[in-house]
Design a protein around this ligand. Structure first.
Ligand code: FAD
Length: 491
């Protein structure tokens, strides 16, 4: 038999569940990626021609195509490579399957609601032609039905979930799904089809600043980042909360697009955790948070639109002109709160935001500006290079207190104290907010409290080269407690 491997958020050619299965089950295997116009067209229509994610995928596919060619050559087969289509996946996959005459299409599970709907359609169209769609677990170590509480229900609190997750983990869960030794089955591109990645421009996109940012793409990029991180993982627990330090791994985009295998990441982290490396235990916990939110989205898909806890849907968020203006200021990093603004500049300039700052910026949107968390969630979804529906939604609902196991609604981050605590010397703020660079450390976190003399000496003119604060935190806090009164019945 012959098979077609359809790559989606698993852009690597090693330790790959679907590819492994196809190579073992078929004599001839081809690999395809579809630039899906159902996903890309709406971006283009909204003017997002320079999208870092599309470029990240594009660069990673070039890497993947080379890897497949090398795998073919190592087995004496010339002409192996990646097939790349541009069109609607629901049409392209059945069309290509028919053209190649395969008996089955192989893919890895994707549990996002839109992906489930797409896959159901593809499965139906393929079945019509007598072609099967086989899908496998690859994106997570444990899927939603694998970690359940004693009554057989989903966990909605992280700590017991993590405990059960760790207890269930055996070496077999993180064993690689090898590709190389089965690579003989990789078939050359048949006549009439071409392998290789078309230029970005042919897809309607233009380069973003991905290269300038030196973001490493493809599985080669992922491995380089992983190595770099492993050399400092022991300090992760102490450094991870300070945005001016190189603390976290920066691997989120690679986990998002599968240029890094989650099994490899968990295996390494778990080994070090067992050796007593505290930083590795903390990092492993973060990888478990990733799976926690994935299973929340899979079990409770309503969270994609509504609060996990329905009582929070009754909150009356600010709306109208002032709310719109506040939202625009938040997006542009113009709130007058330096840490929040620096965070938004980091997002806008690089597509990445440090985890601590995601919490601070999100909390500020909901609890200082009184705006609906979905507005911020949407903005992050458009701008984060590592955007992942489950993690982003989980993070936003945590900050808005509407999520499972969320921050209690009456715990409200003080953006100035967060700034003093996590960027004490203002290194991060100064990097992103040059107009404030000359303010002394003590005044940098709340410039409106500085004396006129200090402001003038530092060249800061509030309302001119840096905004005055949009709201007073303490007034906003009181309003938020009132706004959240609807939730009091719940606690
Ligand atoms: P590291 O600290 O090195 O963590 C390692 C990995 O663990 C990450 O790459 C990620 O895959 C996972 N992880 C870490 N923290 C979390 C978490 N809280 N929830 C789920 N997974 C986690 N993460 C995304 O991958 N995509 C998103 O769209 C996203 N949106 C977020 C929105 C908000 C409001 C908040 C508070 C958090 C969000 N996160 C999101 C989680 C977290 O901020 C990022 O995963 C992290 O900052 C990525 O950087 P890193 O790879 O250097 O992380």
């Amino acid at each position: 038999p012959s098979g077609l491997v359809w790559l989606r958020r698993d852009l690597r050619s090693h330790d790959h569940a679907a590819l492994h299965q196809a190579l073992r089950q078929c004599q001839r295997v081809w690999c395809v990626f579809v630039f899906d116009t159902d996903i890309l067209q709406p971006l283009l229509e909204r003017g997002l021609q320079a999208d870092r994610r599309v470029e990240f995928i594009h660069e990673s596919l070039i890497d993947l195509d080379e890897q497949l060619r090398a795998l073919g050559r190592s087995n004496g087969t010339e002409g192996v490579g990646l097939l790349v289509c541009h069109g609607r996946a629901i049409e392209q996959i059945p069309r290509l399957a028919a053209q190649l005459g395969v008996q089955a299409v192989y893919a890895n599970h994707d549990h996002e609601p839109a992906a489930l709907a797409r896959d159901a359609q593809v499965r139906g169209a393929l079945a019509h032609e007598g072609v099967l769609l086989h899908t496998y677990k690859d994106q997570v170590v444990f899927e939603r039905h694998e970690i359940l509480n004693q009554s057989g229900h989903a966990f909605t609190v992280f700590t017991p979930y993590k405990k059960a997750w760790l207890q269930s983990l055996t070496p077999s869960h993180t064993q690689p799904h090898p590709v190389e030794r089965f690579a003989d089955a990789l078939a050359p591109c048949p006549p009439g089809l071409a392998t290789g990645v078309p230029p970005l421009e042919a897809l309607g996109f233009v380069p973003s600043n991905l290269r300038e940012l030196k973001i490493r793409t493809g599985s080669r990029g992922a491995l380089a980042l992983l190595e770099d991180f492993l050399a400092r993982i022991e300090h992760y627990g102490q450094t991870r909360d300070f945005p001016a330090l190189k603390g976290p791994s920066y691997l989120s985009v690679h986990l998002r697009f599968g240029t890094l295998s989650i099994r490899q990441a968990v295996r390494l982290a778990h080994d070090l955790h067992q050796q007593g490396v505290a930083g590795a235990s903390t990092w492993l916990s973060e990888l478990i948070w990733r799976e926690f939110y994935q299973q929340i989205l899979a079990h409770f898909p309503h969270v994609a639109e509504r609060a996990f806890k329905p009582v929070y849907d009754r909150i009356r968020w600010e709306h109208g002109k002032t709310a719109q203006a506040h939202f625009a200021a938040w997006c542009a990093g113009q709130t007058g709160y330096p840490l929040v603004d620096a965070a938004m500049h980091q997002l806008n300039q690089s597509g990445y935001m440090h985890n601590r700052l995601r919490m601070v910026a999100a909390s500020f949107l909901c609890k200082d500006l009184g705006l609906d968390w979905r507005w911020g969630e949407r903005y992050f979804a458009d701008h984060l290079i590592d955007f992942d529906l489950a993690a982003n939604n989980g993070g936003w609902q945590w900050c808005a207190s509407s999520g499972c196991d969320a921050q209690p609604y009456f715990r409200i981050f003080n953006p100035v104290l967060q700034s003093e605590k996590f960027d004490p010397q203002g290194k991060f703020i100064r990097r992103y907010l040059p107009p404030l660079a000359s303010l002394p450390d003590a005044q940098l976190h709340a410039p409106w409290r500085a004396s006129a003399h200090d402001l003038a000496a530092a060249g800061v003119a509030l309302g001119r080269n840096y905004p005055a604060p949009l709201v007073d935190h303490f007034e906003a806090r009181a309003l938020t407690l009132e706004r959240y009164a609807v939730a009091r019945t719940e606690t």
